[in-house]
Design a binder for this molecule. Structure first.
Ligand SMILES: [Zn+2]
Length: 199
């Protein structure tokens, strides 16, 4: 795969995939092959910020607006570090955690009790640093948790030969094969059908 910095944007109309059933795997899935060519859904700080919000990391405190490409560069750096670690963990080899640990160091946070009228109290975690790298710290924490606690027999890549998406198989039978039935499951069924027709 070429350096992620050089990957083109997705064809218009395509949205980032949230099929991984784990945020660290959906992080990897921001590089995908929606129409045969490898693309990067992250082309700007705003793309990263939108993705973080959609992935449930709350609204940023203006980091993206002021980051001048720093959030994008850091997010891509975290992503490729996590990709290497996940691939090595999957292959049963040791990975180098140095880059991931840089992000984890930014993860200092404190709890605040939030208690809105008519609601139950809940804890709100506030991160000390407001640097772009700190915006990615919760994601780095979840990646580290996956590497430590994840069952890597269930961390798999979509079986379609032209697909590079990752997922965590949380099905009861543990027989999930596709990133999504609607995309690769269907592509496979159509190909199988054609093959049988020709036979
Ligand atoms: Zn797929």
């Amino acid at each position: 795969m070429p350096a992620p910095q050089s990957l083109p944007p997705p064809p218009s109309g395509h949205q980032p995939y949230f099929v991984g059933d784990h945020p660290a795997l959906d992080l990897l899935n921001t590089v995908a092959r929606p129409e045969g060519a490898t693309v990067d859904f992250w082309q700007s700080d705003a793309d990263v910020e939108r993705w973080l919000e959609k992935a449930g990391y709350g609204a940023g405190g203006g980091e993206a607006r002021d980051a001048h490409g720093e959030l994008l560069a850091e997010a891509r750096r975290l992503r490729e570090a996590v990709r290497a670690l996940v691939e090595q963990r999957k292959a049963g080899r040791r990975g180098d955690p140095a880059v991931l640990n840089e992000f984890l160091r930014e993860a200092s946070s404190y709890a605040q009790l939030a208690w809105a009228r008519g609601e139950a109290p809940h804890l709100l975690w506030t991160y000390v640093s407001t640097a772009p790298r700190a915006r990615l710290a919760p994601l780095a924490e979840q990646a580290a948790e996956l590497l430590v606690e994840g069952d890597f027999t269930l961390v798999r890549r979509c079986e379609h030969p032209d697909c590079i998406l990752w997922f965590y198989d949380r099905t009861k039978s543990h027989k999930r094969r596709w990133c999504s039935m609607a995309v690769c499951g269907n592509r496979h069924k159509v190909a199988e059908f054609r093959r049988r027709q020709q036979a």
